[in-house]
Write a protein that binds this ligand. Structure first.
Ligand code: OFO
Length: 172
């Protein structure tokens, strides 16, 4: 059985994951409107992943005798300026989510709930990957600068970057 304090902290994380899904959905829609099909596809997929992160938490809270709450969500912004700024926001957002996962893990230790501590290790690992992916993308964007051809190739290949990073490093 979850302690009330931990249940509340997990519900807070459910809301953060749901809001993340909305943020990336809004980025996807903005990119699609700019004709950036590849970037839009990347963001749609990312939005789906965040929904999966949220659902995993909902099921866990209910399985452990708590009540997963589905709450109001903050509306994300609808204009991201440039795709460069948008990816910087994605990175900043992931750093914020990592911090909130860390805080949540801290609560599991305070509450001596080692089952939830164990469950959350998946999220800890996932955040390392998400931050690394966002940093890789920002590095590529810096290399492109204002080169239109570079942007064309980036938009074409960005979904591949995700697929490659999901597959892990190439074998030696
Ligand atoms: Fe749920 O990992 Fe990104 O935010």
């Amino acid at each position: 059985m979850l302690s009330k304090k931990l249940e509340k902290a997990l519900n807070n994380q459910i809301q953060i994951e749901a809001e993340s899904s909305q943020v990336y959905l809004s980025m996807a829609s903005w990119a699609e409107n700019q004709g950036l099909e590849g970037i839009a596809g990347f963001m749609y997929a990312h939005s789906d992943e965040e929904r999966m992160h949220m659902l995993k938490l909902v099921k866990y809270v209910n399985e452990r005798g708590g009540h997963a709450l589905i709450s109001d969500l903050k509306a994300p912004k609808t204009d991201f300026g440039t795709f460069q700024k948008m990816f910087q926001e994605l990175y900043d957002h992931e750093v914020f989510v990592s911090q909130s996962i860390n805080d949540l893990v801290h609560v599991t230790l305070e509450e001596k709930d080692y089952a939830t501590h164990n469950f959350l290790q998946w999220y800890v690992a996932e955040q390392i990957e998400e931050e690394a992916l966002a940093r890789t993308i920002l590095d590529k964007i810096n290399l492109i600068g204002n080169d239109k051809g570079g942007l064309y190739l980036f938009d074409r290949d960005v979904q591949q970057i995700t697929a490659d990073s999901a597959a892990g490093p190439a074998p030696m």
